[in-house]
Design a protein around this ligand. Structure first.
Ligand SMILES: [Zn+2]
Length: 268
């Protein structure tokens, strides 16, 4: 089915609603409210793990998590293909973790194929296309860093246009509250899902556990919650908390891929 038939006017309405109501309102959430009178789909949590593709600490533990995750894989790195195939094989969602320019920090740390705001349109288009081609099974995209690029309307219009043509949704990590991703996504008809909680911005087990409890808290008032963690420095700790805590949570909460939240957006 062509992308625009799946994600039409409802996506635009839902994404606009998401812009107006933080915290908690993702595009998908707005979509669900429209069908909330039917059988309850229950509470959904989408846990996303960023920064795969470079054989980072915690990779194997993330793959073997007891619940469904979404694995964000960086393109053009030594284990890009291996990690995407691995995640797909064990039933996690795979998305492209697109390196994008931050407001602060070195461009060098961005990784190969990064989107910087000084690039011309054809080069941005080429880089986004190439990144999607690099990550097998990708059904969506999110930003690695990107506090500068996600606030740049020209850049995001090009990135989201490629996503639309390739049938990918976009998960806005919200590294900048001035992000215009939801606005541009609504205009173009691309489903944009928003991150609510960073799990491991502080790399301690107690902090990560508390952040995971915030997911439960968020779900007391909302139908869905998106949370982002990382492999790398916090990787083993984040994975350990997920292994330890999610089986008990899974009684009340359904752990889903982000694609399920993006896919809730239906035509009226
Ligand atoms: Zn990242």
């Amino acid at each position: 089915m062509p992308f625009h038939e799946r994600f039409g006017r409802a996506a635009i309405v839902a994404a606009l609603a998401a812009m107006l109501a933080w915290p908690g309102a993702s595009a998908a959430e707005g979509g669900e409210r429209e069908t909330a009178n039917g059988a309850s789909a229950g509470k959904r949590a989408a846990i996303v793990i960023d920064d795969l593709g470079n054989d980072m600490a915690g990779t194997a533990e993330v793959m073997s998590a007891p619940v469904r995750l979404t694995v964000a894989v960086m393109p053009f790195l030594p284990t890009t293909k291996r990690d995407a195939q691995w995640a797909h094989r064990v039933g996690h969602d795979v998305i492209v973790h697109m390196p994008m320019e931050p407001l602060r920090g070195k461009r060098k740390g961005l990784g190969p194929g990064a989107i910087t705001v000084d690039l011309p349109e054809d080069e941005i288009r080429r880089r986004v296309e190439a990144a999607i081609d690099e990550v097998p099974y990708a059904v969506g995209m999110n930003n690695h860093m990107g506090s500068k690029a996600t606030a740049d309307e020209r850049v995001m219009r090009i990135v989201l246009d490629v996503c639309k043509k390739r049938g990918l949704f976009f998960l806005d990590s919200k590294t900048n509250y001035r992000s215009i991703v939801a606005k541009v996504g609504a205009e173009l008809g691309v489903p944009v899902v928003q991150n609510h909680i960073f799990l491991d911005d502080v790399s301690s087990t107690s902090h990560i556990s508390r952040q995971l409890q915030l997911v439960q808290k968020h779900l007391a008032d909302h139908d869905m919650c998106v949370a982002i963690g990382h492999v790398g420095i916090p990787g083993k700790k984040t994975a350990a908390v997920l292994h330890q805590a999610t089986p008990a949570m899974a009684g009340e909460i359904r752990f889903v891929g982000v694609s399920e939240l993006a896919g809730l957006i239906k035509l009226p």
